[in-house]
Design a protein around this ligand. Structure first.
Ligand SMILES: *Cc1c(COP(=O)(O)O)cnc(C)c1O
Length: 393
């Protein structure tokens, strides 16, 4: 082995300040949702700069569920979802008894193809869920126009998109029904597990706040119960248990302050990759407008003339100690989605073709120079001298 250095697919950037915040929370004695969660929500809304409310939840999946629930989506309704995403985007539609319509993606961005979205609209379509794949914004102008002219709500799966810009504006502040961010361990900022639902619509925020915690409507009850009745609450619906703990929110407060720094660091790694890979048989990701890409993922596609196939490429990276992943095996190939809707590969030619050659390389803010060199060196070696391996793989 030429490189002895191992590179994980992802390593979170947790500083002393996050650790001290957790310790302070533990010592403070208030562990569940409280002041830190409220400050995290306020700080998040401020960060986006728009006129938005932020509702902290224990996962993006929970936030997506709450957003659709607040829109009243249920049995008989259809929601349009891109084929190339994590199953969470689609599964929340089924939680509510509504049906998922999967559509193919754009070959350049791997985001939902606006033309396929338009084709998929029926009389039952209530919402569309664009996924800002890898941290690059979907074409929100075209999607927005199509949605508006058909009376369709937009719930953005913004799990990859902090901070991502579309026409200079941050995702989360575009005025869609909702945008939902993830703070899962390998997302652009993390709370271990967590998420944030962002909306500019009062009624969505109110409903999501109530349904986030068991359907408890303390505010309306407090209006009728006078001082001394602090324990009183009313239940207005069978809600969920989706609140974010102060332990997690404390980590989020500290991570949020570094969101722009992390993005710049990830962009610098991406720039190194673009430079190192320009002459290799790799299709590199779309870069979007200057400074607008969150660079959550660096997903490449092997060109047809590459000396190895995707699985061979991953095996060789693994052999050299380089972590990698695939985002995503398209949903139409998954047993549940395939069988429920009788899906056929030929209806998703772009996702099908992309998946065959798709690999995500390591990219995280704390990547050291020698780690970046190890990745670029391994990729170059495999793609320029990989012939003997292709035959053996
Ligand atoms: C991570 C992710 C989710 C789910 O986020 P959680 O916080 O783990 O629930 C949803 N959609 C996409 C595209 C994701 O990458």
């Amino acid at each position: 082995m030429r490189d002895s250095i191992k590179v994980p697919f992802f390593r979170p950037s947790i500083g002393d300040e996050e650790i001290e915040e957790v310790v302070a929370t533990l010592r403070g004695g208030w562990l569940t949702t409280g002041d830190r969660a409220r400050r995290f929500e306020d700080g998040f809304a401020d960060f986006l700069g728009g006129n938005v409310e932020a509702i902290a939840v224990n996962s993006a999946t929970a936030g997506l569920h709450l957003a659709l629930e607040a829109l009243g989506i249920g049995p008989g309704d259809e929601v349009i979802v891109p084929d190339l995403t994590f199953t969470a985007t689609a599964e929340v539609v089924r939680y509510l008894g509504a049906e998922v319509k999967l559509v193919d993606v754009d070959p350049e961005t791997l985001c939902m193809d606006p033309d396929r979205f338009a084709d998929a609209i029926s009389g039952r379509t209530r919402a569309v869920m664009p996924v800002h794949y890898g941290g690059l914004s979907c074409d929100m102008d075209r999607l927005g126009r199509i949605a508006a002219s058909n009376g369709i709500e937009i719930v953005e799966d913004a799990a990859h998109a902090l901070p991502t810009r579309w026409n200079g504006r941050l995702i989360g502040a575009l005025g869609t029904a909702a945008a939902v961010f993830s703070f899962y361990a390998n997302k652009t900022i993390t709370t271990g597990e967590g998420g944030m639902l962002v909306t500019s619509r009062r009624e969505i925020a109110e409903r999501a706040r109530i349904m986030r915690l068991h359907g408890i409507d303390r505010d309306s009850f407090d209006r009728f119960s006078r001082p001394g009745a602090g324990w009183r609450y009313d239940i207005v619906a069978p809600g969920f248990k989706y609140n974010l703990s102060d332990l997690a929110a404390g980590v989020g407060l500290r991570q949020l302050r570094k969101a722009d720094l992390f993005r710049d660091q990830r962009e610098a790694v991406a720039a190194r990759y673009f430079e190192a890979f320009s002459d290799l048989p790799l299709r590199l990701p779309a870069r979007g407008a200057q400074g607008g890409h969150a660079w959550h993922l660096f997903a490449v596609r092997l060109e047809p003339d590459a000396p190895v196939d995707r699985d061979g490429f991953i095996a060789l990276l693994t052999e050299r100690g380089i972590g990698s992943s695939v985002h995503y095996a398209p949903l139409h190939q998954m047993t549940y989605w395939k069988e429920r809707y009788g899906l056929k590969a030929e209806d998703f030619p772009v996702a099908e073709d992309a998946f065959r050659s798709l690999v995500t390389l390591p990219l995280f803010p704390a990547m050291r120079d020698e780690e970046i060199d190890a990745v670029t060196g391994a990729v170059r070696d495999i793609l320029t001298a990989g012939r003997q391996v292709a035959a053996g793989a």
